[in-house]
Design a protein around this ligand. Sequence first.
Ligand code: CTP
Length: 445
Amino acid sequence: MVKVITYGTFDLFHEGHYRLLERAKKLGDYLIVGVTTEEYDQARGKLNVIDSLMTRIENVKKTGFADEIVIEESAGQKFRDIKKYDVDIFTVGSDWVGQFDYLKDYCQVVYLERTKDISSTMLREQNKRIQRIGIIGTGRIARRFIPEAGRVSGISVQGVYNPHIESAAAFAKNYDINYYESLEQFFRAVDAVYIASPHETHYEYIKASLLQGKHVLCEKPMVLKKIQAEELFDCAKRRNLILFEGIKTAYCPGFEKLLGIACSGAIGSIKSIDACFTKLEDENSRELTDLQYGGSFLELGSYCMLPIMKLLGHEYERVSFDTVTGSNGLDILTKAYFKYPNALATVTCGLGVKSEGQLIISGTKGYILVEAPWWKTNYFEVRRENPGDVEKFSARFLGDGLRYELSDFLSMINGSAKSEFKLTRGESIKMAEIMEMFLAVKGEK
Ligand code: CTP
């Protein structure tokens, strides 16, 4: 019996896929089809796949050509599958010519002529209009955004706005995009807005954007008052617009995996979470000189609160803060303590104070340790009483990680999201409430 194997994503199943499978089947007697997981596609930079894994498998099944379907999870799997299934022929479309020649030592490699003028990418593009995104703010995070946006198909960075026109002009020149001298001009040119301006300006910019009918992705902390967060989410809902708080960790595949494992019972019932994020900053940076809106908690607190909100929920009984201030009175080290009915949590944020940035989730059967930079989750361990009993998990975290939130933002706008909001309205509102409490406590001192 001649065994043939082929692989693909098979998103938005089309004629090219059908013809490929038909010919692959004719190469032998038994056809194995590998269908990629979402995580593997993301890891190899294929974001915005629309159909779920189950749908893609179903579509391959429906052709009747596949005798067996396997799931492809990682780059090295093809070689292992060929040995495992005793495969005679490996085949893919001619877009891959030469790329799988290394398998020739193990089986025959056949590149089948690709069907012309059709691809999943083409269908995805036809399904939606390119979203023109505009950036408000020209700081460090805005600079990171541009290359990340280049990794997400379906988005084009249209231009930038900053009330300091020289900054906007310099930024625009650097990245070969437009800049606008007024917000009116800016809004006319874009479909969606990424807000990366100083924290205290977020509320006004989000409101203005929503009122102009624009979707909004806003850097964390989105706003610093609960009532503002509620008002903005209500406004977005009324206008059928997407409002996203950009905490990159919330959208990255490793963090999703971590939440899944933590909730699976692998460490029993969760009783404690300790999240620490510290950073050494230039003393003259805005974060360390803006006495009202700088400081460690406003800068880093959102990251640390995220796993707490996700795993313990919103309904804490009380929260309290302690801070250490620098010579200008700004908090350079903040600890927040959360008391839940059945669990405790701490947040440690340092700006100009360095510590071991770990995330530890403790339960009745063991704990999860995520070493720094846990906020770019790519590796974690589940540990138990027996020190030898360690389970290791890893996931890719590509580039600066903004591509994940952008990709989700885009899917939400296009109505093709596979899941609910990864960071919910309730979570963002709660975080705004805690920021507000922190600022109130700080104001009293
Ligand atoms: N294929 C083909 N003819 C096409 C499109 C795809 O023969 N017009 C083949 C590919 O070469 C591959 C298989 O179908 O062997 C699965 O391809 P996949 O990457 O899932 O499809 P694409 O349409 O190429 O997807 P994308 O645009 O996302 O790259």
